[in-house]
Design a binder for this molecule. Structure first.
Ligand SMILES: Nc1ncnc2c1ncn2[C@@H]1O[C@H](COP(=O)(O)OP(=O)(O)OP(=O)(O)O)[C@@H](O)[C@H]1O
Length: 692
């Protein structure tokens, strides 16, 4: 049933029930009997609580300390919800509404919407800290959805308090994979802007948050994505079931529960066997033999499902690099077929992804123990300082795994469930690094985003701040960073209030900071503040676990059909000097595994051409008489030198720069491809190009 509601918001207007389409100023509001009943029941609850329709409710936000506590308790919810809220806001921008996130108590945690979108009073009422529980504000979207645990819209005079009948709100509860209520997502706007599709958008957004939560919770589990219609598998309607190594069902999204006809409690009482009549080994076997396309599964009730298996491989997840040309994307590999790479996100989405705290975490330290004695020592040292508020400084050449190590430290600490925020000091333009790190208030500088921005340090509050390439931090900022680390507070640019910043700090660099201190390009006091414990990640050429590492990388790339390495390839890998370290090894093996396809072993023919060329050049250098232009020396270890490089009178640095420029030019400015071809990280390329 559709009824129209007056849009003038007056009491007489409220009493007028207009017929469908009778007024140019009225809006269509679907009001099916279940909805009418839900609102009636809510009004009854409000009356029973002693609320009155002429009441106003209290719009005073929680005191700062209590709000900070609420934020702290709901940090994870915020981390998953914030990017989704930005997306939702983009969809409803024309409706001049606000997108609001509240906790299970109805306390607003976060709201987004431009300041000119809503009347100032309404905006203030939706600010963080204001409570919108039913017991405080009567019938309203957030409060009522929290009580009923169902999506609901509350339009105009359906609000219990007349004071709120100029609003229209659509709200949906958010649940964790075990069915616990986490909070509520809401869109609130002026009642004249009611749109019947808003509730649908809010419900979809709540599902997106739930799916992120599930994927994060079960990031190392195998995930079964399924639906009864094959084209729906990877949509929001698709079911996701997380399965542990022992075949245990670890969690499911709401669509999965709906498709399986289970409650969250019912999920715990089931297994793969009871649901699909097969255990994990058989499921994997079936996936292995299904060369392409989804698997066919049958439920006990005869319902046919189409499924795909997926797992996350943190090993190959590209590091979050601020300012880089690609957005950080958790790399997902399908077991049954190669996953379609996500399309490159739009610039706005990229911006959001950068601004959002990272939700994904890395494997812990034991994952890094593949038998090298130097790595073992590093891990043992780190285990002694974890959770002791000691800053860690990681030293090592590019591509040795410094960021992987930092993530592993975070993962093994008590902060593992909190954000890990990586800041690459080399890849952010010097003029922006201050704003990136410390954040800024609205209008702090020309070009600043209207609503200001939370800096990376505050995004890491409660978790770990990873300062990569810290040697590239401008001197002026080093002083500010030192103050933050000493006082544990941040004052955003253009702001006057200092905000608490509880962060564990891990810094990394390939530079010699001691030399930099002597050259007065790095502050000594900051060096000591960052260097509670310094560890050096060994370059790959010094490691004794090359083959164990290679097999681990291959296993993670091709879990079901891990190719072997034939004897010649083993010899070639072992004889190589690996200037690009583990990153280069990953790239070479990834390309070789792709070339090998279904072949049981990787042979020389599968190795990438540029790697073979480099091997040949190295062999020629070794064969050349000592002192000759082609003889092996350190310069010969420069990645991908030009053929006549050794004869040139240019310095090593100039040759390197020429090579980088040539490759970047050849690849039309694609830094990612250039980084792969050169075997150095994208950050290193950015840094070097900037220093030109
Ligand atoms: N122990 C490891 N096992 C498997 N893969 C690893 C390991 N260490 C590093 N890698 C892989 O090597 C690549 C480079 O790692 P990472 O980005 O951590 O290096 P980095 O030293 O921080 O590099 P840069 O100095 O260039 O920023 C990544 O793809 C990472 O997944």
């Amino acid at each position: 049933m559709l009824t129209t509601r007056p849009t003038d918001g007056t009491a007489s207007g409220r009493k007028r029930e207009l017929g469908f389409g009778h007024s140019a100023t009225s809006v269509l509001v679907p009001s099916d009997p279940a909805h009418v009943e839900a609102i009636r029941k809510s009004h009854e609850r409000c009356a029973a609580l002693g609320l009155t329709r002429i009441g106003h409710g209290d719009y005073t936000p929680l005191p700062r300390a209590d709000l900070a506590l609420a934020h702290e308790r709901n940090r994870r919810l915020f981390v998953h919800a914030a990017p989704v809220m930005e997306l939702l806001l983009e969809q409803i921008l024309v409706s001049k509404s606000m997108v609001v996130l509240a906790d299970t108590q109805g306390t607003v945690l976060h709201s987004v919407g431009h300041s000119d979108l809503m009347e100032r009073t309404a905006k203030v009422a939706l600010a963080p800290g204001v409570n919108w529980s039913e017991s405080s504000k009567g019938t309203n979207g957030m409060g009522t959805a929290l009580v009923t645990e169902e999506p609901v819209f509350v339009h105009a005079d359906e609000h219990f308090m007349y004071a709120n009948d100029f609003l229209t709100c659509s709200a949906a509860p958010i649940f964790d994979p075990r069915g616990n209520l986490l909070g509520v997502l809401d869109v609130t706007g002026d009642h004249r802007t009611f749109h019947a599709h808003t509730l649908g958008l809010v419900k979809m957004s709540a599902r997106m948050i739930e799916n992120h939560w599930l994927t994060d919770d079960c990031r190392h589990a195998l995930r079964l994505h399924f639906h009864s219609r094959v084209e729906f598998i990877d949509t929001l309607m698709g079911g996701i079931l997380a399965v542990g190594e022992d075949g245990r069902l670890m969690g499911a999204n709401r669509s999965a529960l709906d498709l399986l006809g289970l409650s969250p409690a019912g999920l715990r009482m089931n297994s793969l066997e009871s649901l699909f009549g097969m255990d994990l080994a058989r499921l994997l076997g079936q996936a292995r033999s299904a060369s392409t396309g989804p698997l066919a599964l049958t439920l006990a009730n005869g319902l046919q499902l189409h499924a795909r298996l997926q797992m996350n491989w943190p090993l190959v997840r590209p590091a979050m690099e601020l300012g880089g040309p690609e957005a950080p994307v958790a790399e997902v590999r399908e077991v049954t077929e190669v996953a379609a790479e996500p399309a490159p996100p739009a610039p706005q989405a990229r911006e959001r992804a950068r601004a959002a705290p990272e939700a994904e975490a890395a494997p812990d330290l034991s994952w890094l123990q593949t038998g090298d004695a130097q790595v073992e020592t590093v891990v043992a040292k780190l285990r002694r300082v974890i959770d002791r508020d000691i800053a860690v400084l990681i030293l090592g050449e590019t591509g040795t795994g410094k960021e992987v190590l930092a993530r592993a430290i975070h993962q093994e600490s008590s902060r593992a469930r909190q954000p890990f925020v990586a800041v690459n000091c080399a890849s952010i333009p010097e003029s922006l690094i201050e704003a990136e790190l410390f954040g800024y208030e609205e209008g702090a500088f020309t070009g600043a985003r209207r609503r200001g921005a939370v800096g990376r340090i505050l995004q890491a509050h409660g978790g770990t701040l990873f300062l990569d390439e810290v040697g590239d931090m401008p001197l002026a900022l080093q002083a500010r960073l030192l103050r933050v680390l000493q006082e544990r507070e941040v004052t955003p640019l253009g702001g006057t209030r200092a905000l608490a910043a509880d962060v564990a700090v891990i810094a990394a660099t390939h530079c010699n900071l001691r030399d930099m201190i002597e050259q007065q390009t790095f502050r000594e006091d900051l060096y000591y503040r960052l260097n509670g414990l310094s560890v050096r990640v060994p370059p790959l050429r010094e490691r004794s676990d090359l083959m164990a590492l290679a097999h681990k990388i291959l296993r993670s790339r091709c879990p079901l059909r891990t190719p072997a390495l034939d004897a010649e390839v083993v010899q070639l890998l072992q004889g190589y000097h690996w200037p690009g370290n583990v990153r280069q090894l990953v790239n070479v093996l990834r390309a070789a595994a792709a070339m090998a396809g279904d072949d049981p072993a990787i042979t020389r023919a599968h190795l990438p051409d540029d790697f073979i060329e480099d091997l040949q050049r190295a062999a020629q250098r070794r064969a050349a008489p000592p002192g000759s232009p082609g003889a092996a020396n350190d310069a010969a270890r420069t990645p991908a030198p030009q053929p006549d490089a050794a004869k040139s009178t240019a310095t090593l640095e100039e040759l390197e720069m020429q090579t980088i420029l040539r490759v970047v030019q050849e690849l039309d400015g694609n830094i990612s491809l250039a980084s792969k071809r050169l075997g150095i990280s994208r950050n290193t390329i950015y840094r070097k190009l900037r220093r030109r």
